[in-house]
Design a protein around this ligand. Structure first.
Ligand SMILES: [Zn+2]
Ligand SMILES: [Zn+2]
Length: 173
């Protein structure tokens, strides 16, 4: 199984590396990093000043070379009526997306002793693992430590771990 990371816009080397190592550590997969892509035309909604998550998924499906392809972007994403999303994927789909835009708030409120840079990277890793989990057919998990727990805010992201819980793990093996 190959997962191809598709950067859209200006994505730092640290973010690409964090995404790649997280995917390799959680899933039995190879990871490639594609060339940077420009924002898909028509993705921008000027009424919301945000970008359509679905357009980024389509771009990942179109340009990715993997069985699974995940777009990563610094731009703010929306999906339907939700004010924003950290990411989006379709169950058992081949494309997905994560936005780092709202993961970069500086602090975790003292939840850990980590630096802002480490907290940001941890959030990126968790959201990447989460969205790829959906493409493996995993739905949201009630265990708030499991990476497949739904996290509407960074608070929930910070509480959960990077790994699948035992029940989710059994579903994909
Ligand atoms: Zn989810
Ligand atoms: Zn779980």
């Amino acid at each position: 199984m190959l997962v191809d990371i598709v950067p859209v816009g200006s994505v730092s080397a640290e973010v690409k590396r964090a995404a790649s190592t997280a995917l390799r550590s959680v899933y039995d997969c190879d990871v490639a990093i594609n060339d940077s892509q420009s924002i898909p035309s028509g993705a921008y909604d000027d009424g919301r000043n945000q970008y359509s998550a679905e357009a980024f998924i389509q771009l990942a499906e179109r340009t990715g070379r993997g069985e699974k392809n995940i777009a990563i972007t610094p731009h703010d994403l929306f999906y339907r009526r939700r004010n924003y999303v950290f990411g989006l994927a379709y169950l058992d789909g081949s494309g997905s997306v994560v936005s780092t835009y709202r993961l970069q708030t500086s602090s975790d409120g003292g939840f850990s002793n980590k630096s802002a840079a480490d907290i940001f990277q941890d959030r990126v890793r968790k959201e990447i693992v989460h969205e790829i989990g959906h493409t493996y057919g995993l739905e949201h998990c009630d265990n708030n430590r499991c990476v497949m727990n739904f996290s509407p805010t960074v608070r929930e992201v910070d509480i959960k771990e990077e790994n699948l819980c035992g029940s989710c793990q059994r579903l994909i093996t």
